[in-house]
Design a protein around this ligand. Structure first.
Ligand code: PXG
Length: 474
């Protein structure tokens, strides 16, 4: 394996001089002298330019499910590049890998979800959803059905349509979003918004909010409901039992399309191939990305029901939508091999039967910590809520300040995690070992100890000065 000797100081200088990294404060990037440079990775471990080994509790950005260093994914990309590096899927053309991948996905999805449209990112998949759903209702002779219902704190991507579908208010304030025709209702966030309520009753209330909005607007104007089975970037919001069956029943009652955004939950994250399978509902459309290729190539997929395809087939017109790289042969070949790895190594079953329960048990050891309000997980996705008063959901002031402190203390100890408001979230690769899971819990405990001690003294404001501002979801 090649190990290039990077000049990290020079890279950080060039980073400030020329590079605008994604979702970053460019002021902080400059003031802190450049981004953290990750140079290589193996298994579940990242290595940065300063030689630090960092356990990757986030699987990259919720995506490197099969772990780093999979030579066969590089080999399959190399072979495909030699054979056919590119050809498009426009104007009734195709290449072998996307056709084979579509058939493979249809088998995994099952039921009526038998047709796949390819894109390059989760955002693009949800843009496809936006255009496809409205076109579908036009063809059905119900052109008034334009409105999408989504949820506060949902994350559906960063393009204009996807950020509008998402419910992140801090994203909406930039660029005058959301665009019209998108409504946001309450999320099923029991710890933050329910707490004193019985979880199932709270979940029923959150589902009822969808129906109330449908009735307020008029059911004949509602096109679709879109939701993540478990909200990821919104803070690992695991809905209470009963929520999803209620949402599905509401969609069916009013003839509304149900879109499952499986960009994070798909490909085993919750211990089932797809989140809708875990919760037992039947979507009309599914968005997938991230784990589809474990992040080794940019690719996403939008699965649609047979009924939708039959409706499209009722028209002679093209669906005038597509990206130059829709169904890119190299990305599709890598995705196919990635799925083969998941199957061959029984990684989805491992998440369900072994790693998920082990992570839940390890995190439960934090439940007694004075700063921990709740630990929750499903499969290999988890959150630790930070509170200022044990037994409540009260936050340190200002809200959203404690999460980044704990995150930074984790990173300093060699664990990469995300802070979302005042929670620490995790989403490790499916190749993580028991010993590494134990290390995750131990590092978070030590980070909480350190931050707890600092917050109890005057050291806290000084710490707050050097952490990133603008944490999502405030
Ligand atoms: N849907 C969901 C559910 C996602 O989590 C997207 C769509 C958009 O995918 P692309 O590939 O366009 O990024 C995502 C992406 C975070 C974070 O802050 C989360 C995502 C992306 C970037 C940052 O946790 N999720």
């Amino acid at each position: 394996m090649s190990r290039r000797n990077h000049d990290i100081a020079e890279l950080r200088r060039l980073d400030v001089a020329h590079h605008l990294p994604a979702q970053s404060s460019y002021k902080l990037q400059r003031d802190l002298g450049g981004s953290r440079i990750i140079t290589r990775a193996e298994g579940s471990t990242l290595y940065d330019g300063d030689g630090n080994a960092i356990l990757d509790g986030m699987a990259g950005l919720w995506c490197v499910d099969v772990g780093y260093g999979r030579a066969e994914l590089a080999e399959v990309a190399y072979e495909q590049m030699l054979e056919l590096p590119y050809y498009n899927t426009f104007f009734r053309t195709a290449t072998p890998p996307p056709v084979e991948l579509a058939a493979k996905l249809a088998g995994l999805l099952g039921g009526e979800l038998q047709h796949i449209f390819f894109n390059n990112s989760g955002s693009e998949s949800n843009d496809t959803v936006f255009r496809l759903v409205r076109y579908y209702w036009d063809l059905k002779g119900e052109p008034d059905r334009k409105v999408f219902i989504s949820r506060h704190n949902a994350y559906h991507g960063s393009t204009v349509a996807a950020a509008s579908l998402g419910g992140m208010s801090y994203m909406h304030v930039q660029g005058d979003l959301p665009i019209g025709g998108i409504e946001h209702v309450m999320q099923p966030y029991w710890f933050g918004d329910g707490f004193d309520e019985e979880p199932e009753a709270f979940g029923a209330r959150a589902a009822a909010a969808i129906e109330a909005r449908i009735l307020a607007i008029g059911p004949e104007e509602i096109a679709a409901f879109i939701g993540e089975p478990v909200q990821g970037a919104g803070g690992v919001i695991i809905p209470p039992p009963g929520y999803w069956p209620r949402v599905e029943a509401i969609c069916r009652k009013y003839g509304i399309l149900l879109v499952s955004d499986e960009v994070i939950c798909g490909f085993g994250r919750l211990g089932s191939w797809f989140g809708f399978q875990h919760y037992g509902y039947t979507p009309d459309i599914v968005s997938m990305a991230k784990g589809l290729s474990s992040g080794y190539q940019p690719i996403s997929a939008t699965a649609v029901s047979r009924e939708i395809v039959e409706t499209l087939r009722g028209s002679d017109d093209d669906f005038v939508h597509g990206y130059t790289y829709s169904g890119h042969p190299v990305a599709a070949a890598v995705a196919l091999r990635n799925i083969e790895i998941l199957e061959r190594e029984h990684l989805v079953e491992r998440v369900a039967d072994d790693l998920g329960p082990y992570l839940a048990k390890a995190l439960a050891r934090l439940d007694d910590h004075p700063l921990v309000g709740e630990t929750r997980s499903l499969g290999l996705i988890a959150a630790v809520e930070i509170v200022c008063e044990k037994g409540t959901n009260h936050r340190f002031q200002p809200p959203g300040s404690a999460g980044p402190l704990v995150r930074d203390a984790c990173i300093a100890r060699g664990l990469m995690v995300r802070a979302i408001r005042d929670s620490i979230v995790m989403c490790p690769p499916y190749v993580i070992t028991h010993a590494e899971i134990d290390r995750i819990a131990a590092i978070i405990a030590a980070a909480l100890d350190e931050v707890g001690a600092a917050l109890a003294t005057s050291a806290a404001p000084a710490l707050l000065d050097v952490t990133e501002g603008g944490e999502p979801g405030l």
